[in-house]
Design a protein around this ligand. Structure first.
Ligand SMILES: C=C1C[C@]23C[C@H]1CC[C@H]2[C@@]12CCC[C@@](C)(C(=O)O1)[C@H]2[C@@H]3C(=O)O
Ligand SMILES: O=C(O)CCC(=O)C(=O)O
Ligand SMILES: [Fe+2]
Length: 352
């Protein structure tokens, strides 16, 4: 069974795109991290006020869908068509298990820099500590640190806590299992809605568990939040992503005609983003939402994301129509195309 590391091995990153800034020693915004001038008022609105709920002037944000609603499947379809994202309540995942993972994330990111660097992602690797993978595609660095987990986190956790890695691993594993179960349930519902042929669904629920990645995200407090960027605009390389943000908002979704729209934290709910693979499978009927994260002056922010994917050798193609807008591409090949070309990846596999 191929793993994500195999897809990334051929696209090694330079260390400066892996090693984060030592935020604990920084009092002012370095030019390397300054994305905007102070007068760019519209570029990153709102976050200087450090409010957790933004006054958006009534602009509606992504829909909230109740998984227990008999119409949940249709509602998810509509949300994926209009937004490429929704919030999900009654999802069945234990909130206390999510909080435990968040606690572990805090325990990790609060460590001194030299400790965290012990688990630094290797240049051609997929897992461990470091900047976001998309770093090389932007002229400035992001106000962010991440920790990526594929399968068991034990080899990375052992580097940090040689004797006490088990707590971290246990909490991650409990979370991973629940996210996988929820992701499979959502996949079945969405595939039913799209009327995906039976033979294409065989991988869903299969025992090989290499098809999910977990990302712990940390956005430290920032001396000049208006000029910085937490996570640069991107779409996710996934079928879909299930995300939990803590009570500090910051996630924004791009909506044509509206611009950047805040996703306010909603206790007990999870955010679901359509990723590139669902966009391809649905022949672009479902949007893959462009999203970004803004940062704050006085509030740290943590989030946990679960990227749900078919196995790496599965071949993705539009499964719903005859006039396919994308060519066939294996999951592994697409990860490689994305690693090399980022925002151009979808147009590179476009048939038109
Ligand atoms: C399964 C995934 C999805 C990855 C790559 C790999 C593991 C880490 C994920 C993230 C997490 C942070 C944003 C992102 C854009 C990044 O830089 O690393 C994501 C990326 C993607 O969606 O492409
Ligand atoms: O921190 C967030 O809210 C978003 C994180 C994200 O977009 C990602 O991990 O892909
Ligand atoms: Fe994302």
């Amino acid at each position: 069974m191929a793993t994500l590391s195999e897809a990334y091995r051929e696209h090694p990153l330079h260390l400066r795109h892996i090693i984060p800034l030592d935020f604990s020693s920084i009092q002012t915004l370095p030019d390397s991290h300054a994305w905007f001038h102070d007068h760019d008022r519209d570029s990153v609105p709102d976050q200087n006020r450090d409010h957790d709920h933004n006054d958006d002037g009534g602009i509606p944000s992504i829909p909230i869908i109740d998984l227990a609603d008999p119409n949940a499947m249709e509602l998810m379809g509509m949300a994926c068509e209009n937004w490429g994202a929704f919030q999900l309540k009654n999802h069945g995942v234990s909130m206390s298990d999510i909080e435990e993972v968040e606690k572990e994330a805090k325990r990790f990111f609060d460590l001194p820099t030299d400790q965290k660097l012990k688990a630094l992602r290797s240049p051609g690797g997929a897992t461990g500590y470091g900047r976001a993978r998309i770093s090389p595609f932007f002229p400035k660095f992001m106000w962010h640190e991440g920790f990526t987990i594929v399968g068991s986190p034990s080899s990375d956790a052992k580097k940090i806590w040689p004797n006490d890695y088990q707590t971290f691993c246990d909490k991650i594993e409990i979370f991973q299992k629940q996210m996988k179960a929820l992701a499979e349930k959502l996949t079945r519902m969405i595939f039913n809605l799209l009327e995906i042929p039976e033979q294409e669904k065989k991988w869903v629920g299969s025992t090989n568990s290499n098809n999910g990645a977990i990302q712990l995200n940390f956005y430290p407090v920032c001396p000049e939040p208006n000029r910085a960027m937490g996570l640069a605009p991107h779409t996710d390389t996934s079928l879909f992503t299930i995300l939990h943000q803590n009570q500090t908002n910051g996630l924004q979704i791009f909506k044509e005609g509206k611009g950047w729209v805040h996703v306010n934290p909603n206790p007990n709910s999870l955010i679901v983003h359509t990723g590139d693979f669902l966009h391809i499978i649905s022949n672009a009927r479902f949007k893959c939402a462009l999203h970004r994260v803004v940062v704050k002056r006085t509030k740290k922010r943590y989030s946990v994301a679960y990227f749900h994917n078919p196995p790496l050798d599965y071949v993705i193609s539009p499964l719903v129509v005859n006039d396919a807008r994308f060519r066939r591409v294996s999951v592994k090949e697409y990860f490689g195309i994305k690693a090399k070309n980022f925002g151009e990846a979808l147009s590179l596999i476009s048939t038109s």
